[in-house]
Structures are given as structure tokens and as C-alpha cells.
Design a protein around this ligand. Structure first.
Ligand code: COA
Length: 258
């Protein structure tokens, strides 16, 4: 797939996906979301990629939501399909075996906020603003916001954000656990890269297993404790386990192939 709406760049084993519709506040049209899904899916089997950063072009917006101009005339069937297709994209991110960081460089509204929620970690610039303004448009969030926001900040705070539609600035987002850390705009990408570089120096197999176990806490089909037992046992059969434990006993740094 050739990309019209995103930029991709792989450097030092980190794939950066930049949402590239700056003149439209990086609004997420349907094609753009498919491009993100394609890039994330391809990264799963790309040995040169060990982690992913998603950010927005420019300094004003990460993504100001789904593209209102695109969906304003959708029928019930089209609206349902839009949401279903979006959910697939966001599940692809959430279930990525390689850690995905949202580097939130401005407005993250509606689908933009939901995109950050599907990522494993969220780092924000000081000018970041989060919000779920969908009910102003006569719809609830359709890309998982009603579920993942509750998981991340709890029911009371999620309902406050969803029902008031008030934006949450970076400091408040940090305070309520919506973001992991806040940086200046200038440092957002470099600090995000630094943190992701540290993560990806660790066992790729164990990283994948942690993500899988944590995700299973939130799925009704799986018991997360059972997933953990299975993943823990399976780790004993991996070369990462041999390397990690040997390195500890030999008093050296483990080398997981970076
Ligand atoms: N969908 C489609 N286009 C969007 C958009 C969206 N979600 N968000 C912004 N844009 C477009 C604007 O229509 C405008 O396009 P134009 O220049 O062709 O008129 C352009 O991006 C710039 O936005 P503008 O509103 O002029 O910038 P601003 O700095 O005054 O305001 C926001 C920024 C983010 C506060 C404002 O754009 C906004 O409220 N966006 C919609 C947020 C929303 O409701 N998201 C949920 C969607 S489900």
C-alpha cells in the first residue's frame, strides 16, 4: 500500500508514523486509518522494527478527530462500518507485539484521543490537549473511547471527559494518568525515542508476552491469569530467556540482538 496521509521512517529500530494532514489538524479519514493499520501490521514481521512511535505533523495537532467532512453524510450502515473498521485498526495497535508510543504534540480530540488510548504508552508535549467532543456532533465515540478511557482513567473521570467534552490539558492528563510523562514540544520526540530505545533493548519475546497478558486483563474471551501462566511457561523455551538469565549470572548486560 502506498501512503497518502502518513509518513513513515525507520531509524535505530524505531518506526515513526507521522499523521500528515497538518492543514486539516491531522483529522483521521478512513484511508489514513487503513494506512496506519498497514504500517503497524507490516512492522510486526519486520526485523528492523522493534518499537513504534505515532505522532502528528506540525505543532498544533496530534489528530483532531475523525474527519467530520468525510462522515457527515454517512448512513446508519456506513457509520457502523466506519466504527467497525476503526476498531480493527485500533486493535491492531493495541495488540502490536512491538510497543507503540503515542507522542502527542497538540490536540488529541475524538478519534485522535482514541488513537492515543490504543497505544501502549502516551507521552505529551506541554501544549497537548485531550478530549472526546463527539456528543457535540450527536454521536458517541466510535473508535473505542468509551471502553479504553474507562480502562485508563477510571469510570468517573472517563464519564466526566465524555459527558462534559471539556479538554484535558497535559498537566491534568498527567495528574489523572491519561499520559505517562509530559515534555516540552521540542523534546517530545527525542524523549519518546529515548524511552522507547530503552524498552526495545529488552527481550522482544518477553515484551510481546507482557503486552499480551495485560491486554487479556481486558478481554472477556481470556482469563489474564491463565494467559500469564501460559506465557511465563513458554518463555522458558526461548533464547531470550537463556540470554537474560545467563547475562544476570555472568554479571553482564543481556544482549537481545539490538
Ligand atoms: N475533521 C475534519 N476537518 C477538521 C477536523 C476534523 N475533526 N478538525 C479540524 N479540521 C479542519 C478544519 O475544518 C479546518 O479546515 P479548513 O481550513 O479547510 O476550514 C482546519 O482543519 C483547521 O481547523 P480550525 O478549526 O480552523 O483550527 P482551530 O485552530 O481554529 O481549531 C480545533 C482547532 C481542533 C479546536 C478545531 O479544529 C476542532 O474543534 N476540530 C474538531 C474537533 C472534533 O470535534 N473532533 C471530533 C471528531 S469526531
Amino acid at each position: 500500500m502506498s501512503y497518502q496521509n502518513i509518513l513513515t521512517n525507520t531509524e535505530d529500530n524505531i518506526l515513526t508514523i507521522t499523521i500528515n494532514r497538518e492543514d486539516k489538524m491531522n483529522a483521521l479519514n478512513i484511508q489514513l486509518l487503513q494506512e496506519i493499520k498497514d504500517a503497524v501490521t507490516k512492522a510486526q514481521n519486520d526485523n528492523t522494527v522493534r518499537g513504534i512511535i505515532i505522532t502528528g505533523a506540525g505543532t498544533k495537532a496530534f489528530a483532531a478527530g475523525a474527519d467530520i467532512a468525510e462522515f457527515s453524510n454517512f448512513s446508519v450502515a456506513e457509520g457502523t462500518e466506519m466504527s467497525r473498521a476503526g476498531h480493527e485498526v485500533f486493535f491492531a495497535i493495541e495488540r502490536s507485539s512491538k510497543p507503540v508510543i503515542a507522542a502527542v504534540n497538540g490536540f488529541a480530540l475524538g478519534g485522535g484521543c482514541e488513537l492515543t488510548l490504543a497505544c501502549h504508552l502516551r507521552y505529551a508535549s506541554e501544549n497537548a490537549k485531550f478530549g472526546q467532543p463527539e456528543i457535540n456532533l450527536g454521536v458517541p465515540p466510535g473508535y473505542g473511547g468509551t471502553q479504553r478511557l474507562v480502562q485508563i482513567v477510571g469510570k468517573g473521570r472517563a464519564l466526566e471527559i465524555l459527558l462534559t467534552t471539556n479538554t484535558v490539558d497535559a498537566q491534568k492528563a498527567l495528574h489523572i494518568g491519561l499520559v505517562n510523562e509530559v515534555f516540552s514540544s521540542e523534546e517530545l520526540i527525542s524523549e519518546s525515542r529515548k524511552r522507547l530505545s530503552k524498552i526495545i533493548s529488552k527481550s522482544p519475546n518477553a515484551i510481546k508476552q507482557v503486552i499480551n497478558c495485560v491486554n487479556d486483563h481486558f478481554t472477556s474471551q481470556h482469563n489474564g491469569f491463565e494467559t500469564e501462566i501460559k506465557e511465563f511457561g513458554e518463555a522458558f523455551g526461548t533464547s531470550d530467556f537463556k540470554e537474560g538469565t545467563s547475562a544476570f549470572l555472568e554479571k553482564r548486560k543481556a544482549n537481545f540482538g539490538l
